[in-house]
Design a protein around this ligand. Sequence first.
Ligand SMILES: C[S@@+](CC[C@H](N)C(=O)[O-])C[C@H]1O[C@@H](n2cnc3c(N)ncnc32)[C@H](O)[C@@H]1O
Length: 261
Amino acid sequence: MKVYNNPLYYEVAFSFFNPKKQVDHFEDIIRRFSRIKVERFLDIACGPSLQLREIARRGYNAVGLDKSRKMLQYLQSKAKEEGLRIEIVQADMTRFGLKKKADFAFIMMGSFSFKSNEDLLKHLNSVANSLNSGGLYFIQNFGVNWKVDWTKVQRQTWEMEKNGVKVEATYEIAVKNVVNQTIVERIILEVDDRCKKRTLTQEEELKLVFPQEFKLLVKMNKRFEFLGWWKGNVDEWYLDQPLETVYDENLNINMVLLRRK
Ligand SMILES: C[S@@+](CC[C@H](N)C(=O)[O-])C[C@H]1O[C@@H](n2cnc3c(N)ncnc32)[C@H](O)[C@@H]1O
């Protein structure tokens, strides 16, 4: 069973952040950097999007884009339970367009990852086509892992529990090819749903994009200004700590800000 086809278990495993804090930060970042008033938010690779639910609660227009129909159906059912309105778009993030453009776009939890630089450029074009001029594109945890150890598998495990559902989650990265900068990313969820046990997995081959390479790709795309990158944790970002000036063992949680020209 695939992780992304099981939104409830994904949500239990990955809801270790505070969406209110994140949206407070979005509002702060918008005040400081956006050239336009923001009414319409777009969450790319949204999954169960706790963020869009908070955004809709605050009265903004909320749009969620994901490849997985199951994730989108789950998000809409959660919105309905709370009497919120969230628009959904089922599409691949490397080729999409919106009927009505957004004023602020964001992508969370390391979802800004692609099989190739060509796909990354196609993605930037799709976002540029879907974002009003002067609007921001916020990227959380860009780079999957900048601190890759090319010699061994890297693994993190943690446990979460919500409403009687326990999940032990494992996130692994193994280098596949150093020259092509490819890795295999694996997510494993061991679920104990009120004593019913099951294992979900998700595996994908991705290409690492290193920081200076990313800047060049943004330049090549020509449609965004690179505003900067900053240190953060899961739900806070420190605008007084640009990554160029801080030394940190763990740069994996970070934020990058682009602005549509
Ligand atoms: C790591 S989850 C992130 C979900 C959510 N943004 C969060 O912060 O928890 C990645 C999500 O991206 C979606 N996804 C993966 N590849 C995609 C693609 N090429 N286009 C659109 N969505 C994609 C998956 O279905 C999944 O919901």
